[in-house]
Design a protein around this ligand. Structure first.
Ligand SMILES: [Zn+2]
Length: 454
């Protein structure tokens, strides 16, 4: 089915502006008021399936790249471009694993905890969902060159998609603040990599100006088309739960693109009558980068029907600047203190009756070791979900027999240094360091024997 794009448009999220734009425009922020844009749909112009389970028929047609894609097989739900522009490199072949051992660690009953492994995407993180959509939009508007700022996963994914569809690509990263696996990918996939003396927030400011000046296509999560692709993570969780919705979704909070996209996904599914109730959402900050936690829980910032109290945000950021504050956490993917999707995330929190928690690095690396030991492993930011879930269980916010899906955003090899140091240097209670042995058969046998009787 070849869909046309006249059923979709962009709309400013500021209710006092509400300006609308065609999807053929690459603007990324409202040119009238500077606020974030949504991609919206005129649903009665789109043939959306009557039931979510109707999407299952696409599995029978997996030799078609769009039906194989874990994003585009749900294409009626992000119907902003014609099929001829759609980009896919096989993203979204992910696993939702029910994991009772990790459930025990967070004090949940067997059968209740699910781990969504987004690290199984081609570039090793959830970003590929968004890039499939953003690069389709890039081809639709006819750009030749793109850029992004990145804590790492974005640069890897952008570099991979850019060369896959013939675009030039420049990535901006902060100096010394990027995990090695991610940096290696950006270089290996052929991106021009510019390391700025500063942190992610500095990179984000620079890349927006560079894109505006040079007419480059911006692929950060400010780009609303990226968030359209990231909605598919929720569709796949529902799919793998037999087309049922969990009680809770738990997601790490960095630039807040995922939480914003997930909120939008559930809002639309409810509008379409495809689900009855949205799950609640829990967003987990690292303690060293806790802007969302501070603003929501301490400063009581809310969506307020789109009229977000700007002064609270401005004062908070002015205080960060005055203190010369730079965020710091081992979970580099969420080491962000000025999240660009903050307001959209506030909307998602309101609509999903969501909560925000923060967790210290020690709890993140311990949780990461547990996911490694009993599951398929993940990068540090992903494990913040497990650490956060422990808190929410201890507080009684989440019940032991509720169905919870944690979004594990990136592959364990994204950040090998953190893993090696945790185990080798015995940094946590689950450290599993290598045992040193002399080059001698008897001694080695003796060692293995003692390990086995441990
Ligand atoms: Zn506007």
């Amino acid at each position: 089915m070849n869909m046309s794009s006249d059923a979709a448009f962009q709309k400013c999220t500021n209710p006092d502006c509400g300006a609308e734009f065609e999807c053929a425009q690459a603007i990324f922020k409202c040119p009238k008021c500077g606020e974030l844009l949504d991609v919206l749909y005129t649903w009665d112009k789109i043939e959306v399936p009557k039931n979510l389970s109707d999407f299952a028929r696409r599995w029978a047609n997996r030799s078609s790249p769009l039906d194989f894609s874990g994003v585009w097989r749900f294409r009626e739900l992000l119907n902003f471009c014609e099929d001829k522009y759609k980009v896919t490199i096989g993203e979204g072949q992910t696993i939702l694993q029910q994991n009772d051992a990790v459930a025990k660690y967070v004090d949940m009953r067997p059968g209740c905890l699910y781990l969504q492994y987004e690290g199984l995407n081609p570039s090793g993180s959830f970003k590929d969902n968004g890039m499939a959509a953003a690069f389709s939009h890039a081809l639709m508007v006819g750009v030749k060159s793109c850029a992004c700022a990145s804590t790492g996963n974005t640069s890897a994914s952008v570099a991979l998609y850019a060369h896959s569809c013939g675009l030039k690509c420049t990535v901006f990263i902060g100096s010394g603040r990027i995990a090695y696996g991610k940096l290696s990918q950006a270089m290996d996939y052929g991106a021009r990599t510019i390391q700025i003396q500063g942190d992610f927030d500095d990179c984000m400011r620079q890349v927006q100006d560079v894109c505006a000046k040079l007419g480059l296509y911006l692929v950060n999560s400010l780009n609303p088309f990226r968030l359209e692709g990231q909605k598919a993570i929720m569709y796949r969780i529902i799919e793998q739960m037999g087309w049922n919705v969990p009680d809770w979704i738990i997601v790490p909070g960095g630039n807040l693109g995922n939480s914003s996209a997930f909120g939008k996904a559930f809002r639309e599914l409810r509008e379409l009558g495809l689900i009855k109730q949205a799950p609640r959402m829990a967003i987990i900050n690292a303690a060293g980068a806790s802007t969302l936690f501070d603003l929501v829980n301490d400063k009581k910032l809310t969506w307020n029907n789109g009229r977000v109290n700007r002064k609270i945000i401005d004062d908070y950021y002015a205080n960060l600047t005055a203190r010369n504050f730079s965020p710091h956490t081992c979970a580099s993917a969420i080491e962000i203190s000025r999240p660009v999707n903050l307001k959209k995330c506030l909307r998602a929190i309101e609509q999903t009756h969501g909560v925000v928690r923060k967790v210290p690095d020690e709890e993140i690396v311990d949780a990461k070791a547990i996911v490694g030991k009993y599951g398929l492993g993940c990068e540090p930011a992903s494990a913040a979900t497990i650490a956060g879930l422990r808190h929410l269980r201890a507080e009684g916010i989440i019940g032991a027999d509720e169905k919870v899906a944690c979004v594990l955003t990136g592959h364990p090899l994204k950040d090998p240094n953190i893993t090696v140091n945790y185990h080798k240097d015995r940094q946590g209670q689950f450290s599993n360091p290598p045992v040193e042995a002399p080059n001698d058969l008897d001694e080695i046998i003796k060692l293995i024997g003692s390990v086995e009787t441990d």
